[in-house]
Design a binder for this molecule. Sequence first.
Ligand code: SF4
Ligand code: SF4
Ligand code: SF4
Length: 497
Amino acid sequence: MSLEGKISRDLLINIADTLDSYRVRVLIDAKEEILDSGIYNEEQYYIILFKMVEDEMKKYSLYQYLNQIESGDLKLLKEFSKLHSLELVKTLSLLELLHNEKLVKVEYIFDNAIDETNESEEKIFKDIAIQSNKISPSEIKSIYEPVKVIFDSKICSGCGLCVGICPVNCIELNNGCGRIDDDKCIRCGLCYYFCPRTYLPVNILNMVQEHTSQIPPPSKVGFFSEAYSARTKIKEISDLCQDGGISSTCLYYLFDQSEIDYALGASMSENPWRPEPLLMKSKRDVLLTTGTKYVNNPNLSLMNKINGNTQRLAIVGVPCMMQALLKSEIYDLHIPSQNSVVYRIGIFCMESFSYESFLKICELLKVNVEDVKKADINKGKFFIYTKDEEEFNIPIKDITHLAREDCEVCYDLTSESADISIGSIGSPSGWNTVLIRTQKGKILYEALLKNDLIESKSLDTVKPGLPLLEKVAASKKKKCSTHIAKKKTEHIRTPSY
Ligand code: SF4
Ligand code: SF4
Ligand code: SF4
């Protein structure tokens, strides 16, 4: 579709002015810079622009609707959805934007209920309380600034998505630290819009994952339909993998069946134990990514290499990356690389380290980094195994201060926003714990079984199983809440979950 010549710039500016949308106006004004940078071609540029216009129009019509009333609730949102033929989840995502733009106040109300089977307390969703701030749209100041504010507040997860979608390629992420080239930045705010550490509508993410029109109660490991303990039967993978090799087996199968064209993951760079993002093109490449890496690695930064229309992409990554991808699906602006994602394969992550911190851990254990064969976190300790088959370990509590400060605000251990989540906690050594979260994840796992690529048992039948996983996940959530509360008392910016 070529729109060149069919839409005049004046008409576009009229649309932006009518909408009073700073975001739309910036995209129109910076057309030349965007096309010059070569990240998006003209057709892709217009598709993104028109999708943004469409979403801004929907958002302002919701705002006008809410402006007519003193206070609103879920019933009102359902009426709006019906009137505009929108799914409730879409209306909720627009409401979340209005809330973050400080145009409305939103409170999710939960009731406490006792679960009699295990005598624990559960939260049950009751309603949403909405209040419009009744601000005139002309007074609205854009909140969609460059993600420098996220870098500066030390809450960047290092997922790399901002680099992967920036239309003028002006963000650099190095060893978990971000930098924006101010001279090139067009201040379009796209990075802010998609970043999982600006605002992340967790309730909506959970609804999408559970495929429900109800708001699910908070849970320890997110929604999953099935849980297994599994390990690969592919020898090339089991020879190299850290635990059960299931994430590599998923990619191996998807390439083998030509279900994907590319996959994104992490491989080791030339510097020992310093990972780098890898764009995989074949099942041979998958073997370069086996093994757990504890150093932060922005896998999603390579998304800008995949802006073709027909490419199918699987992404293996940690929970913050899965959040970024699901948020991008909910706030879809037809960015080609984001629309190419066909599988989100999440891995468990407790925390990550900078490369310097990893070297420091080696130093504390008196191990030369070049001799490290495997690193692992297990039973509250950080283990290093050397090429000479020696084992070294240190209690996690003694190295927690070395973890990235930015990871302190991370609530998710198990990649709650993935199609399928894979990790080691809960399963015996040499096996993976696998949580199936979506229909896609289920079909993929069943295909691995059908093709005899994995051994699998119900997680209920293994020790320590789900109870341990839930315990560790709950402790990560608690730690995150404590850090967020502390930052708030110090008036430091926190993510809006
Ligand atoms: S969290 Fe991800 S998207 Fe946000 S600033 Fe950091 S790297 Fe960029
Ligand atoms: S850094 Fe962010 S605001 Fe600046 S051009 Fe890139 S995406 Fe837009
Ligand atoms: S702890 Fe969270 S923010 Fe940090 S790397 Fe892991 S998933 Fe990302």
